[in-house]
Design a protein around this ligand. Structure first.
Ligand code: FES
Length: 325
């Protein structure tokens, strides 16, 4: 997808790459496709299908996008980005890129990889969530894996439709409404071989719907994988204090500031990528206190256990939280 994981302030992309815009073109209304290449024409590091690339678009600001192109020693990295008029400016920056410009990016990070032992890959994309699905399709073809694709998009707003059709042939089903997706996908979910895995990427309501349908059809949770766009706008939340259990240091977390931002502000290095509760990169262990989980990464069981938090979006219930830091 253009998994547009929009991030706010943060560290720059470390140990990354300086790449040149080789191509920038409009795919369909509101979606821009950008290809980035090594300025000296060298092959780029290979990546796992479904990986993201973090793009520095301003000092201390970066967004992560799913890679859509070939994954083995590619001669370019390709991303497709939907313009978010209400975002922080990262998608606008990408849309304004022109060939020849230099862009600083991370090395690709895997977050939505195919399960190599799966007997069949059922790939479900919604809107710009098609981007990692495209990467999965390329890999499935490369390795001769069994797959099929369901792609839901609004009229004239489908990115990569022709390319997917050429790659998938009759293994691609396109629909334009949630009802049509349910009508075509549910019978397929009900008739899958043992060992099939389903991968969903798209808006949160679609992911929740697919999760419900898989449950109703008896799919084991371990065979259902998803990647969402992010939690969307979240309320500021009440202030609280985080205690670092190993040192006793107390870190105030004001309303409107994430726990992750508060930790980084105090010089405590917490790995992070999406800052939208999606990628799992920032996961921390919790020793005490109750958590208001607002992420889409932890499972319901993990949330219920209360021993992990995604500090980029989640907060304390009450005024205290003790971290295993
Ligand atoms: S940084 Fe991705 S889940 Fe927190």
């Amino acid at each position: 997808m253009t998994l547009t994981l929009e991030t706010v302030a943060g560290e720059g992309v470390s140990s990354g790459l300086a790449l040149t815009v080789r191509e920038a073109r409009t795919l369909c209304a509101g979606i821009r496709h950008v290809a980035l290449a090594d300025p000296d024409g060298r092959a780029l590091p290979s990546f796992t299908p479904g990986s993201h690339l973090a793009v520095d678009w301003a000092e201390g600001r970066r967004n992560s996008y799913s890679l859509t192109g070939p994954s083995i020693e590619p001669d370019h990295y390709a991303i497709s980005v939907r313009l978010d008029e209400n975002g922080h400016g990262g998608s606008r920056w990408i849309h304004d890129l022109q060939p020849g410009q230099t862009v600083r990016v991370s090395r690709p990070r895997s977050a939505f990889a195919p399960v190599l032992t799966a007997r069949h890959h059922l790939l479900v994309a919604g809107g710009i969530g098609v981007t990692p699905i495209l990467s999965h399709v390329r890999a499935a073809l490369e390795w001769g894996r069994s797959f099929e694709v369901f792609y839901s998009f609004r009229d004239r707003q489908g990115a990569h439709v022709d390319e997917l059709a050429a790659l998938c042939g009759d293994r691609l089903v396109t629909v334009s409404t949630p009802d049509a997706l349910r009508e075509t996908l549910v019978p397929t979910l009900a008739d899958q071989p043992l060992g099939a895995h389903v991968y969903t990427c798209g808006p949160a309501p679609m992911i929740a719907a697919v999760a419900d349908w898989t449950r109703d059809c008896g799919w084991p949770p371990g065979r259902v994988h998803s990647e969402a766009f992010g939690s969307g706008p979240l309320p500021d939340g009440a202030p609280f204090a985080a205690t670092l259990g190993r040192t006793g240091m107390i870190i105030p977390v004001p309303s409107g500031t994430s726990l992750l931002e508060a930790l980084l502000d105090k010089g405590i290095n917490v790995p992070n990528l999406c800052r939208q509760g999606v990628c799992g990169e920032c996961r921390l262990s919790v020793r005490g206190g109750r958590i208001e989980h607002r992420d889409m990464f932890l499972t319901e069981d993990e949330k219920a256990s209360g021993d992990s938090i995604m500090p980029c979006v989640s907060r304390a219930v009450g005024d205290r939280l003790e971290l295993d830091l």
